[in-house]
Design a protein around this ligand. Sequence first.
Ligand code: SF4
Length: 166
Amino acid sequence: MTLEELNYKIYACRKCRLWHGAKHGVPGEGPLNARVMLVGQNPGADEDELGRPFVGRAGKFLTKILAENGIKREDVFITNIVKHVSPKNRKPFADEVAACLPYLNAQISTIKPKTIVLLGASAKDAPRVEGIEYLEIVHPSAAMRFNKMREKFKRQIAELTKRMNQ
Ligand code: SF4
């Protein structure tokens, strides 16, 4: 299945209750040959509005820090574990995660990234695939709010750059 076909499946998906309150499915975006995949937990209100991942304040901050470290956003694939926004941005329930994970698994097997970067709480739910390197890092929204987290986040993105250049 192509990424485009997968996107249409996500837009039309009714496998869990989350589609009901959402404006748009947010499959994720990035090149088919991305070496790095960034995975958050679920889209927020800005992402729901535009149908694109990490486009709100945290997403802009993430894009900025990636750029400062020589990583262009358009060179990485960005997505979430769960593809529809949740009510009041609550954490997705276990059954919602279970219903949605096949889409992330399909994205991983299509793109075959070298490294998967797990942002914040997504680390708990993300599948681990043999042969792929994983990097668990601070979520950009936490990095924006807390100085210590920000410094840690910057160090972790610098580590990602190092790995990409190896
Ligand atoms: S969150 Fe995932 S499983 Fe639930 S309706 Fe959306 S695409 Fe389907």
